[in-house]
Design a protein around this ligand. Sequence first.
Ligand code: P1T
Length: 384
Amino acid sequence: MKKKMHFNSRVIHGGQKLDESFGAVMPPIYQTSTYAQTTPGGHKGYEYSRTHNPTRTALENALASIESGKHGLAFGSGLAAMDAVLKLLKPGDEIIATHDLYGGSYRLFTKIFEIFDLKFHFVDLQNINEIESKVNKKTKLIWVETPTNPMMNIVDIQAVSNISQSNSILLAVDNTFASPYLQNPLLLGADIVMHSATKYIAGHSDVILGALIVNSDDLEERLRFIQNASGAVPGPMDCFLTLRGIKTLAVRMERHCYNGKKIAEFLNKSPLIEKVYWPGLIDHPNHLIAKKQMNDFGGMISFIPKGSNYENAIKIIENLKIFTLAESLGGVESLSGHPASMTHASIPKKIREKSGVLDSLIRLSVGIEDSQDLIDDIEQAVNH
Ligand code: P1T
């Protein structure tokens, strides 16, 4: 059997073939909608670019390789990838989902799919009893996000997969915050891994793209049918940019984790900060599970300034100079965000606050700049 390459090599070579025409080291951007046929059906494997495109194939093979999966599928956005997973279901089916998740995911579930009679139970997936209490014959999918956006809660993927497997329920994991460098849910018993590749995978804040990775041939076939029939596919240029991003995923993540640790420890020690949410801190409630299922702890940090005060939080965000206030995360540059009014504004205030997304919460996506510059920036913003 061929020896599996280490992650650092798979990001460069995983699933890749040299271009047969000219030996181009990077796959060409096949900016074409269609492919010539000599006779109906007489083609070289590609007919129409909604169905498939060679640049997308190269990306999909790389995605499968870095997630230790068999099949990768690329979509026009992370939400388009989630949309395809939900289309595996039918009216009346039930889904158990993390109660603390990206606002756009919550909006897709409640404002689109509830209309089509899918029923969502939002529970704290850190509590296995809560999951078990919602499982019944209609339960067809468990949707996990870990670490969660923005509370950085950690769900034990293996423990949830014990429940999903013994009840023949699909388990999907949104692995966006971890990236395949930190965590590979398929190896922990998940059936589907989903990514907003917009974030760490592409890594440069210049592309919107989504991904699904699966092992099952049957799931791949059903998802490809949906991908082609619904048509939310990425263009070849975006596939190329994402593939280029993957090449540096390992080195970028190493620095994101290093900087994340420095900043989380700085915030944790500051008398002006009330609470820090980062799974690498030993007092994080699920630090040991994070340690068990992740290779490191990443560069996403949330915190609440002293006094849990909205005005104070906004002042800090506005005072930051290197951290840019913006939606999104996972790029090389550091970003700050105010989840309550930005990424999670589509969740009703009462529900949002129940999971901890208070008006005083600040979210940081720690980039790969010099860690001391970032700490100095936070220090001046907090002390201002
Ligand atoms: O933006 P898009 O590529 O469609 O991905 C949606 C998505 C799905 N899952 C998680 C965990 C996410 O964080 C996101 C997008 N999140 C942001 C834009 C944000 O700033 O949190």
